[in-house]
Design a protein around this ligand. Structure first.
Ligand SMILES: [Zn+2]
Length: 428
């Protein structure tokens, strides 16, 4: 337990620490950010009202739209000369969300990433190949400084250059690869094309994040590369990667580093908190951020929280790995479903590769969905049989069947080498 210190502290003293830090955060926001002063005044809450962690529920929420409206630095709580670094999240539409970091913020970030790496089983002296994109995206530099702080060797290769990536995995004997789940699969595939058996690589762990990853997808990564797959979670509005991480001991949910981030799960429709263990939208409040303190940020990510004791000894709450975002919800002819639900069903089948895409169209005012699923190289079964079994299973599980289910040949669907994978194409 000695290695965990803060991570294993008793919940009561953790609650006290959180309450103290919550009050400081609200004070900071109220004093220095006009947006928060207005929102708190409108909600009739004053920083002095915060006495316990439960008082967080009286505070107003912050949304993605608020980050955009306050572009570029309306949510900053410090003067420009205290900002040491800027990052931005890649908005697919509209302006990016800009975030800044003070010296202390950068220190906290390295600390939580170091903690995440330790939870993943990474040790000082290990070699970590960091294939997250460097630049404004928080993945690359976020992991980078945590790796160094741990005392591991970082290979700052970034995304892309996949053949080179494979060569370095082999030649520099990297123990750990950090990247998106879709990219991990692409690395495995590229190695095979190069005539290198991924299982022969010294790689033992892949730490993946920045994209939702269902259990069948994780299994595919673990099998293809012969590794342990560990989920890391974070978002730039809160700090970047390192908000939470799975422990390698249990691989059963991601421990949220609660001394720095206060989690809640709400019903996305009503905004009310849901019971422990129930699924809802994750809402996060930063507890130590200086440059951009964030109060009750609606992440859009769907998860559940469990406070049950973990076999690793950490007492910090665990969140389920995020497989869906509330804004990923597909509404097709009035039926709601998440791409992750479709993924889970499709990947149950033997002979199916972990590549698929969903195309939504509108014909004569009617929504149509085409689901394309790639077959594995070794597939030599009956296509029609697997196709009809898959349709039945989709209908049973999701009460919905795509208008067209295409089983395509290996390699037919586009791969993503840099950035996040796109699986849903809405042409409506
Ligand atoms: Zn654990």
């Amino acid at each position: 337990m000695s290695t965990y210190n803060v991570e294993g502290r008793d919940r009561e003293s953790l609650r006290e620490l959180q309450a103290e830090r919550l009050r400081e955060t609200v004070e900071r926001a109220y004093e220095h950010v006009p947006f928060y002063r207005e929102a708190l005044d409108a909600a009739g809450v004053h920083p002095d009202d915060i006495e316990s962690v439960e008082d967080v529920q009286a505070l107003p929420m912050t949304t993605k739209a608020d980050f955009r409206d306050e572009y570029p630095d309306g949510l900053f709580a410090v003067d420009d000369d205290e900002i040491l670094r800027i990052h931005a999240s890649s908005g697919t539409t509209g302006k990016p969300k800009i975030v800044g970091y003070t010296d202390h913020d950068l220190d906290v970030w390295s600390e939580v990433v170091e903690r995440s790496l330790r939870a993943a089983g990474v040790e000082p002296g290990d070699t970590v190949q960091n294939a997250y994109g460097y630049g404004l995206f928080t993945g690359g530099l976020g992991l980078h400084y945590g790796i160094e702080r741990l005392g591991a060797t970082v290979i700052p290769i970034g995304g892309g250059q996949t053949q080179r990536q494979v060569e370095l995995l082999r030649d520099l004997e990297s123990d750990v690869l950090t990247c998106t789940p879709s990219y991990a699969l692409y690395v495995a595939e590229t190695a095979e094309e190069m005539g290198i058996d991924p299982h022969e690589l010294p790689l033992s762990t892949v730490i993946f994040g920045a994209e939702p990853c269902t259990d069948p997808m994780r299994e595919a990564i673990e099998q293809r590369l012969g590794v342990t797959g560990i989920d890391i979670y974070g978002l730039s509005e809160i700090i970047g990667p390192g908000v939470s991480n799975e422990c390698h001991e249990a691989q059963d949910g991601l421990h949220i580093w609660e001394d720095h981030f206060l989690p809640e799960v709400i019903d996305p429709q009503t905004g009310e908190r849901v019971a422990e263990g129930e699924e809802g939208e994750l809402v996060l409040t930063t507890l130590t951020k200086e440059a951009v303190p964030v109060i009750r940020y609606r992440t859009g990510d769907l998860t559940t929280l469990t406070y049950d004791e973990c076999e690793c000894g950490r007492t910090m709450v665990r969140m389920d790995n995020v497989t869906g975002r509330s804004d990923d919800l597909l509404i097709v002819r009035g039926v709601n479903c998440y791409p992750s639900e479709i993924e889970s069903v499709v990947l149950e089948f033997d002979g199916v590769a972990p590549y698929y895409r969903i195309d939504l169209d509108r014909e004569d005012q009617l929504d149509t969905m085409t689901l394309s699923v790639e077959l594995e190289e070794e597939f030599d079964g009956d296509r029609e049989a697997i196709r009809s079994a898959m349709l039945t299973r989709l209908e049973n599980v999701l009460s919905f069947t795509p208008d067209d289910l295409r089983l395509v040949d290996p390699g037919e669907l586009a791969r993503t080498e840099v950035g996040k994978v796109q699986r849903v194409f809405d042409h409506r």
